[in-house]
Design a protein around this ligand. Sequence first.
Ligand code: NAD
Length: 310
Amino acid sequence: MRIIVTGGAGFIGSHIVDAYLSAGHDVLVLDSLWEHGGGRRVNVPERANFVHMDIRDQGVMRIFQEFKPEIVSHHAAQHSVAISSRDPKLDADVNVMGMLNVLDASVKTGVKKVIFASSGATYGTPDRLPMSESTPQRPESPYGITKMVTEHYLRFYKNERGLDFTALRYGNVYGPRQDPNGEAGVIAIFIGKFLKREGVRIDWDGDQTRDYIYVKDIAQLNVLSLDKGSGGCYAIGTNTRTSVNDIYHSLVEISGFEAPITHGPKRPGDARDAQFDASLAKKDLGWKAQTTIRVGMRETYDYFKSLVPV
Ligand SMILES: NC(=O)c1ccc[n+]([C@@H]2O[C@H](COP(=O)([O-])OP(=O)(O)OC[C@H]3O[C@@H](n4cnc5c(N)ncnc54)[C@H](O)[C@@H]3O)[C@@H](O)[C@H]2O)c1
């Protein structure tokens, strides 16, 4: 199949590109290499076409007309909760207006389906865990709001314009190529510090938990979604919770370095716990997370270590 991956130079998108290429598909990456995102030109493999372009650009239509994709995997986004809170207009411009530009180009050029990177942030603080498709979506950040709004647009485009979709509400994704300098991704940030033999900061009491999911499992999920999950929105996670303190202790074990800890206050808006039940994704898509946090963290650590000059 011919597939456009928006945001394919980024952390998650580039693993999806790898998986699509391995499955024998033709891939074009459309990415602006946004300075505040994790997109890097080196993340895009030789075998993929690359177009350096903003998803809001009118030129998107021309790229779609020329490449004639059957599938669009939409991963380009303003992905920072903090930036979205500071600048909700920028967040909506990229995540809503940019998305609509991609959807219009998709409809006009006969794309069959859009696979969309939604987010667990669309749920806000749930009444109970684990979160699933039946959990009410009450997003608490502009980022969570735009991700939720986009799911509604996808439904509209399917019903009114015949463009199929699958929306995947990821928990906290981690793995090789995640930006260790970013605000998201405590695993990448901690590994960066451990490798530099620096201390780490643990906010709150460190017992807050997240559902961490390995990026290669997410890539496989995007392969399965190519022809399954029509019109579905799926909660995506491992259905387990890992605390910041657990991550710290695992890294001490993996690296043999006991990084000094400083403690910080609870960050505003930080949720206590997150956990996602992906039973529906298993039933509809045949997907289940395969990688334990221990194995995933070890692979991620080894990847970042291999980048350190000797
Ligand atoms: N990382 C997570 O834990 C997580 C969780 C839930 C959802 N998501 C979603 O998954 C997707 C990928 O996230 P990521 O963590 O890989 O982030 P990332 O920053 O590494 O990737 C996003 C990519 O989008 C590109 N981009 C940003 N704005 C653009 C624009 N206007 N036009 C074209 N390209 C643009 C960036 O250059 C980057 O390559 C995003 O949609 C994000 O919201 C991520």
